[in-house]
Design a protein around this ligand. Structure first.
Ligand code: PRP
Length: 189
């Protein structure tokens, strides 16, 4: 979907598809510089990272090896160390490999903090993070994000993998969801 298709649900368009695509190309050049042999495993965190993974992997000029995990986190907004549960694990052995975690967004940092530690505990040779969006004002657990697309305000954003009640993930671009869409509902549902 184009962002204009859901424009009436958004209070603001933050990034167009072109702005995101251009930024991904810059991030890909940085990743190619840092892994000149292409010896890195891209680990996407379902579901939101699917869109970034598809765009970033195709932009890279080496044979990108990819795998996915699905996790659920609890208590991210109220605790400094929440519980993260693995719903789908990797198919790939990461011991001795360079891992690059691919996320659509870093919000509190809980998910990425846990994942970085989890990859290290499995014996990864290195672990870095690539996130398309980051909310600096929402961070509760600082995580070094080596490749970040854009810093954004702590608003309820949708599009480019990010959903509200499973909608908007396939919107090309990122926007702020208008309160009238979730009035009366739990915005984190
Ligand atoms: C979102 C996002 C990150 C996480 C970031 O996933 O994709 O994984 O939240 O939040 P944090 O920094 O506060 O941990 P979500 O749990 O909504 O799952 P989804 O990708 O399937 O929508």
């Amino acid at each position: 979907m184009d962002i204009e298709d859901v424009r009436s649900d958004l209070s603001e368009v933050l990034f167009t598809e072109k702005q995101i695509t251009d930024r991904i190309a810059e991030m890909a050049r940085d990743i190619e510089r840092d892994y000149p042999k292409g010896d890195v495993l891209l680990v996407g965190v379902l579901k939101g990272a699917v869109i970034l993974m598809a765009d970033l992997a195709r932009e890279l000029k080496f044979h990108a090896h990819i795998d996915f995990m699905a996790v659920s986190s609890y208590g991210a907004s109220t605790q400094s160390s929440g519980v993260v549960k693995i719903n789908k694990d990797l198919d790939t052995e990461v011991a001795g490999k360079n891992v690059l975690l691919i996320e659509d967004i870093m919000d509190s940092g809980l998910t990425l903090s846990w994942l970085v530690n989890n990859m290290m505990a499995r014996g990864a040779a290195s672990v870095e993070v690539c996130a398309m969006f980051r909310k600096p004002e929402a961070v509760k657990i600082p995580v070094e994000v080596k490749y970040v697309g854009f810093d954004i305000p702590p608003a309820f954003v949708v599009g480019y993998g990010l959903d509200y009640a499973e909608n908007y993930r396939n919107v090309r671009g990122l926007g702020v969801l208008s309160p009238h869409v979730y009035e009366g509902a739990d915005p984190h549902a």
